[in-house]
Structure formats: structure tokens, C-alpha cells
Design a protein around this ligand. Structure first.
Ligand code: SAM
Ligand code: SF4
Length: 458
């Protein structure tokens, strides 16, 4: 693929992103695909030539939001005399493509997560008024090969997709159906993208995948031989000048191998943060979810990670009210949370998804019981998150400055433990790692005083 410099934008594109980090990454890449045909990003749909909704299908609520947003977009499109092109991308597009076309005639294009490199061609079809308006084929490698090699990034933190899809088939989850089978990118491609990011001033990369630690990409050509694991990839990326911080998300407990855990201890760029969703603390529910491990096996992984990197902050996802979940099962989840002590966690009420095995199971939990359990769990998680943040008060922590703070003269950044940090300092520090003495903490952020900036090895 040859590189071309993008023309000055003559048309406006508004991309609205729902759901996971993978969608955030995909939306960025859609901008890269659209730039060569003259589209520049704008912050709202008013007057846009193209609106893309990059959707999420993980819970029913997320899907409903798309249809209500399309109602708003319809009014905006009318104001442009019908000229605005409306595209629905992402997992709702993959799962409900035909349905969207039928229910929302305002939509001109529907494209699944593996088809967004085809956007320019599809836009051309709308202008010509010919050809297919629905693209939901699965061909992940074709997508990565067709994407522009050059990425335009804004700021020192970037996502880098290394793996897509999922073969785990948890009984509650639509991802294996909307994102397709697990597939890893070759290491050489990832390294090229990482070097490109570093050259643009990126200091922190978050490696992305639906199941990122299942990564098994082809080794670099010079190494030949077998596929590499995520631990090998992280160690390799750590050698790129300028890449000061490496994270990865989201991991599955079953793929948390010893080498990856060891990398947390022996590779300084590996940040002390691990998002390792457990979903439930009850073995009975974990089995019904098809998670493939017990609560004690999960505790053992956490013990090993803490041994390798003692200051690691732990994050998780939880589902309450999975079919058949009893008070006792829920109490097992609360006990696991007390045992692990999380820095941050995301918790959801179980949402039945059409076509998944759990939706057909017996023992659906009444909504009011789900509500009460979610409240109890979130109260405990909020307490843990606040306590974790407060434990940093008095410490001097390295902060990667990501931009201006909300208040005049303030800068903000990110701690190694993924906390937002605000301090008085100039915006020119953006992209630098500075030492900040923490003197305040809330549930959602830290505040502190700038001590000094550090040198970055390039
Ligand atoms: N691959 C990751 C893992 O295995 O933990 C999770 C990916 S999924 C996009 C993000 C989170 O959404 C899950 O961890 C789960 O907590 C939640 N989720 C998925 N399906 C759900 C459902 N049907 N109802 C409620 N929450 C769900
Ligand atoms: Fe969904 Fe389970 Fe795959 Fe995570 S591991 S994406 S929860 S099927």
C-alpha cells in the first residue's frame, strides 16, 4: 500500500462512538480512511456531509440508543435537503443490518466492524445511487491490510488493535457473533504501527483486543518460527524508543499465562494496571456462563500478578442477575470483590441478547432483584475505588500529561494506575512524564502539585 498525503478537508464527517475501546480505535481508523477523500472530522451532526454511528450491541440499552439517535439525525438530514449521508457501523450493524435498513430509512449505509475500510467505496455507491448498501462480511485481515499505514493521532496516548474477535462463546455475550472468530495481527504490522505512533509523539500505547491476551500473532520475519504470545509482543514493543508505557485490554483469565504475568515484573514499560474481568464470584454461575475457570483459579491468577508486580491496580467487569443467580451466588461475587479489592470496576445488570444461549436459560432474575444487587455491588466497588485513590495521597507519582485541565492554568494526565490527575502546570508539558505529589483524591481523580518533568529516552 502506498502512502498519499491527505487533501485539505472539503467535507465534514461526524462520527459518534458507542461502547468499547475497540470501537474508539475503529472510529479513529475510519477518520484515517476518510481523510484521503476529503473528509475532516467535526464535533456534531449539524451540517455534516457524513454521519457515522459506530454502534455497540453488548446490552439491549446500547442498541436502543442507536435507534433513538437515528430519530435525531433524521431531523439534521432534513435540514441538509437530504444530502447528508448516514452510515451505521459497528456491532449493531453486524447483528441487525437488514433490520436497520427496514426500520430506519434515514440510513444510507450499513457496515459491520470488519468492513469500515470499504467506506469510501460505499459512499461512492450512494453518490452513484448504485450497488450494495450493506457490508457485513467477516474478513479481519483484509481490513487491516487495506487500512492506511499512516495513522493520525492526537496526543500522547493511543490505542493499537492487535487482536480481534473471540472464540470463547461466553453464554451471555454477542461478541463472537458480531466480531467473528479470534484473529491476531502479525507482529511486524503491529511494530510498524507502534513505531509510527511513537514518531508522532505517542508515549503510551494500549494494545487492544476483545480477548487481547489470547494474542498469537505471527512472529517477526527475522525471527521466523512460531507465533508470539502477548508477553513476547509487549517485551518487543518496549524496545521502541519513545514508548514509555504499555497497557493491554481486555484480558480473559483463561489466557493469563505465566510469561505475560512475568512481563509485568520484568518490563518497566508494563504499567501496573490489569483489567481482568471475572463477571461472577460463584463457580456455579461461572460454569453456566462458560467462563472456563473457577473463582479460586481467578484468585490464584491475581495472587501471581501481585507477586510479579506488587503495586498493580486491578480492574474487572461484573454481571449481576445472570439466569439462575441466587442470593448465595451473588454473595460469592461480593466476597470475591472483598478478597481482591479492586481499583476500578464496571458492573452491569444481565441483559438477554437474542441468539445467545443464556437468553434461553431458565431462572431469569426479576428486574428489582437485579437492581438491588447492582446497587449493593456498586456501593462496595465505589468504596474500594475511593480508598484506592486516597491511598496515593502523599506519594509522588509519574504522570503522563495528556492536555489542559478544566480550570485555567491546569494540566491533566494519567497515572500508571489509570487515574486521572489534575495539577497546576502549563499545557506545554503535554506528552511529557512529570512527577506530581498527590495531595487530594476523590472517587474519580487525583489532584496534586507539579514537582519536576522527566526526560524521555527516544
Ligand atoms: N472479553 C471480555 C471478557 O471476557 O471479559 C469482555 C468483553 S465485553 C465487550 C465487555 C463486558 O460487557 C463484559 O465483560 C461483560 O461484563 C459485559 N457484558 C457482555 N454481555 C453482557 C450481557 N449480555 N449483559 C450484561 N453485560 C454484558
Ligand atoms: Fe464475550 Fe466472553 Fe468473548 Fe469476552 S470472552 S468477548 S465476554 S464471549
Amino acid at each position: 500500500m502506498t502512502e498519499t498525503t491527505s487533501p485539505k478537508p472539503t467535507k465534514k464527517v461526524f462520527i459518534k462512538t458507542y461502547g468499547c475501546q475497540m470501537n474508539v480505535y475503529d472510529s479513529e481508523r475510519m477518520k484515517d480512511v476518510l481523510a484521503p477523500i476529503g473528509y475532516g472530522p467535526v464535533d456534531g451532526p449539524e451540517g455534516a456531509d457524513l454521519v457515522v454511528l459506530n454502534t455497540c450491541h453488548i446490552r439491549e440499552k446500547a442498541t436502543e440508543k442507536v435507534y433513538s439517535e437515528l430519530g435525531q439525525i433524521k431531523r439534521q438530514k432534513a435540514k441538509t435537503g437530504g444530502k447528508m449521508i448516514v452510515a451505521v457501523a459497528g456491532c449493531v450493524a453486524q447483528a441487525e443490518g437488514e433490520e436497520i435498513m427496514r426500520r430506519a430509512p434515514v440510513v444510507d449505509l450499513v457496515l459491520g466492524p470488519q468492513a469500515y475500510h470499504k467506506l469510501p467505496e460505499m459512499i461512492a455507491r450512494v453518490h452513484r445511487n448504485t450497488g450494495e448498501r450493506l457490508e457485513t462480511e467477516f474478513d479481519t485481515m483484509e481490513k487491516f491490510d487495506a487500512l492506511p499505514k499512516q495513522r493520525s493521532v492526537d496526543g500522547p496516548v493511543a490505542y493499537l488493535s492487535v487482536q480481534e474477535g473471540c472464540d470463547k462463546f461466553c453464554t451471555f455475550c454477542v461478541v463472537p457473533y458480531t466480531r467473528g472468530a479470534e484473529l491476531s495481527r502479525p507482529v511486524d504490522d503491529i511494530v510498524m504501527e507502534a513505531r509510527n505512533l511513537a514518531a508522532q509523539g505517542v508515549r503510551e500505547i494500549s494494545l487492544l483486543g476483545q480477548n487481547v491476551n489470547a494474542f498469537h500473532g505471527a512472529a517477526p520475519q527475522v525471527e521466523g518460527g512460531e507465533d508470539w504470545t502477548l508477553g513476547q509482543l509487549c517485551r518487543h514493543l518496549a524496545k521502541i524508543g519513545g514508548i514509555e508505557r504499555i497497557r493491554y485490554t481486555t484480558s480473559h483469565p483463561r489466557d493469563m499465562d505465566d510469561d505475560l504475568i512475568a512481563a509485568h515484573g520484568d518490563t518497566p514499560q508494563m504499567q501496573p494496571f490489569l483489567h481482568l474481568p471475572v463477571q461472577s464470584g460463584s463457580d456455579r454461575i461461572l460454569k453456566a456462563m462458560n467462563r472456563g475457570h473457577t473463582a479460586d483459579e481467578y484468585r490464584e491468577i491475581i495472587r501471581k500478578v501481585r507477586e510479579a508486580q506488587p503495586d498493580v491496580a486491578l480492574a474487572s467487569d461484573f454481571i449481576v442477575g445472570f439466569p439462575g443467580e441466587s442470593d448465595e451466588d451473588f454473595e460469592a461475587t461480593m466476597q470475591l470483590v472483598r478478597d481482591v479489592n479492586y481499583a476500578i470496576a464496571y458492573s452491569f445488570k444481565y441483559s438477554p441478547r437474542p441468539g445467545t444461549p443464556a437468553a434461553e436459560m431458565f431462572g431469569h432474575v426479576p428486574e428489582d432483584v437485579k437492581d438491588a444487587r447492582l446497587q449493593a455491588l456498586q456501593k462496595l466497588l465505589r468504596e474500594q475505588q475511593t480508598a484506592f485513590n486516597k491511598s496515593k495521597i502523599g506519594q509522588t507519582v509519574p504522570v503522563l500529561v495528556t492536555g489542559r485541565g478544566r480550570l485555567e492554568g491546569q494540566a491533566h494526565g494519567r497515572s500508571p494506575w489509570m487515574q486521572a490527575v489534575h495539577f497546576d502546570g502549563p499545557a506545554e508539558l503535554t506528552g511529557k512524564i512529570v512527577d506530581v505529589k498527590v495531595n487530594g483524591a476523590t472517587m474519580s481523580s487525583l489532584s496534586g502539585e507539579l514537582i519536576r518533568a522527566r526526560e524521555v529516552a527516544l
